[in-house]
Design a protein around this ligand. Structure first.
Ligand SMILES: [Fe+2]
Length: 250
């Protein structure tokens, strides 16, 4: 037995849907209640669905009793402020786990590389049920920012960079990819992140919005790429040294 996955997501680990017409909706994300929650940069989260229906950004596996990232409980006070965001998260009809808006302060490409991480959405997810993947729907208009994905953390040749104008809709297997957002803007970036269970409902939704995997990266300036890679190596070495010092009690 293994988990149920989506064939189109299996191709490259992500799928791009039709662009949503974001400008027709009010900026509901500015009305939500946020909590400080550091994840891949200087971030805050506004949960819409959480483990127990409270304004809590924690993984469901840290809840008592622990469980996988499914059956999120909608938070009434937040739902009332963001009907369009909730409608979009519920539209596939797939099981929803965590659903939240993330706010990210500006970051460099080197920051994004340093912050690359894999999610743990499928911890405790029973075999034979749907694999948890996540929707990343860009709310603010950030055409010069990118979702950076790498199959291999330190291998730039495995990198995918998806630009983030308002209304960008991408579904990503964030447990497969190392990922982080490069956001060179001056204002925060907002994105709706929803954990969905893979299965026929999610597949039908992907098809409805013409999901495709034909994305091609816009090339990076070689100088920028090289400098960022060097900064990453330096920061990783500094971190390793700091950890070693801590361990030896120096
Ligand atoms: Fe993540």
């Amino acid at each position: 037995m293994s988990h149920i996955t989506s064939a189109i997501l299996d191709e490259r680990g992500f799928v791009v849907l039709d662009r949503y017409e974001q400008s027709k909706d009010p900026k509901e994300w500015l009305d939500l209640e946020y909590v400080d929650w550091k994840s891949s940069g200087d971030t805050r989260f506004a949960p819409l669905a959480s483990a127990a229906g409270e304004i809590d950004a924690n993984g469901f596996w840290n809840h008592r009793p622990p469980r996988t990232d499914k059956d999120g409980v909608w938070i009434e006070s937040q739902v009332a402020k963001a009907p369009n965001l909730v409608r979009r998260a519920k539209e596939p009809g797939a099981n929803v786990g965590r659903c939240r808006v993330i706010e990210l302060q500006p970051s460099s490409y080197a920051d994004a590389l340093y912050n690359l991480h894999q999610d743990d959405n499928n911890r405790l997810n029973p075999d034979g049920t749907g694999w948890i993947v996540r929707g990343y729907y860009n709310l603010s208009d950030d055409p010069d920012s990118f979702m950076v994905l790498r199959e291999e953390r330190y291998d730039p040749t495995t990198e995918v960079r998806i630009p983030l104008p308002a209304g960008t809709q991408v579904i990503i297997d964030t447990q497969r990819f190392w990922h982080a957002t490069w956001h060179p803007g001056t204002a925060p970036r907002y994105s709706l992140i929803t954990s969905w269970e893979s299965g026929p409902a999610l597949d039908a939704y992907i098809e409805k919005y013409h999901g495709h995997t034909t994305h091609v990266n816009t090339p990076l300036e070689p100088d920028l790429a090289e400098k960022a890679q060097a900064t990453l190596q330096r920061r990783l070495a500094e971190r390793a040294e700091a950890l070693a010092e801590k361990r030896s009690g120096r």
